[in-house]
Design a protein around this ligand. Structure first.
Ligand code: GLP
Length: 251
């Protein structure tokens, strides 16, 4: 496990893009799981920019989303599928036949999760899982207390996650359940790139830095991964204040 700390979010995104470019250079048809949220936006801009200059191609890559809101069809503007299309997939040369987006509006969401898992297997397993970090330590939509043995499944979102989504979007009508890749699938990825930036994440980072697997902080399930790289904002390294502790307890 390696940690790299950044004062400058652009440098963090640049390093993440370098890792992805190196992987694609070595293995153009790599299978990559992609996060949503504020954190990867700069990375996606950087990848799109490198594609425009001819430095990067995703044409042979298999792209997967990590998670989705239950009940939102891919065409819904708040869906994670739309987010990924708008911010990355439609801006690069991704092959639609190799883009795998969880169907949040499926009549059988458990089957949609299983189909997503099968697509990962058919691609030879994930070469790279790019993860963001939830304020409560979630990865994808694997919430505190979840099993670490799971594959794709449907989840009830934690109150801290719902509050964060309300705060970020200004919308109170977002689904309270989601579809997600499971921790077991993520741990089987050959490499994991965890991106940690944004406010409210010091408690989750402190749990990771404590170096112990803790079911209350799903991100710590990655601690034993043989190839985990954490790219994080410097401010998340600062010790927790009592106020952070209270926030973590409340979350
Ligand atoms: C959401 C997503 C996660 C994401 C996390 C962090 O809940 N389900 O996959 O990593 O939030 O989001 P942000 O980067 O906006 O802080």
């Amino acid at each position: 496990m390696q940690f790299h700390w950044y004062e400058d979010p652009a440098a963090l995104a640049g390093h993440a893009a370098d890792r992805i470019a190196a992987l694609l250079h070595r293995k153009p048809d790599a299978a990559i799981a992609l996060p949503t949220g504020q954190t990867p936006l700069m990375l996606y801009r950087e990848l799109a920019q490198r594609h425009r200059t001819g430095a990067l191609s995703l044409a042979a890559a298999h792209l997967f989303n990590l998670d989705e809101y239950l009940g939102l069809p891919g065409r819904h503007p708040m869906s994670y599928a739309a987010f990924l299309r708008d911010n990355l997939i439609d801006l690069v040369d991704a092959d639609p036949a190799r883009v795998h987006l969880l169907d949040g509006a499926s009549a059988d969401p458990a089957a949609a999760c299983a189909a997503h898992d099968r697509a990962v297997e058919a691609a030879g397993g994930l070469d790279l899982a790019i993860l963001g970090l939830g304020v409560n330590g979630h990865i994808a939509f694997n919430e505190p207390g979840c099993s670490w043995q799971t594959r794709g499944h449907v989840v009830d979102l934690a109150e801290a996650t719902l509050a964060r989504h309300r705060e970020q979007t200004g919308r109170g009508d977002l689904p309270k359940r989601g579809l997600t890749m499971g921790v077991a699938t993520l741990r089987e990825a050959r490499s994991v790139l965890l991106l940690a930036s944004g406010s409210g994440k010091r408690a989750a980072m402190a749990a990771l830095l404590a170096g112990r697997g803790d079911p209350d902080w799903p991100v710590t399930s990655m601690l034993t991964h043989p190839d985990l790289l954490v790219l994080a904002e410097e401010r998340l390294r600062r010790p927790l204040s009592p106020a952070d502790g209270l926030r973590a307890a409340a979350g």
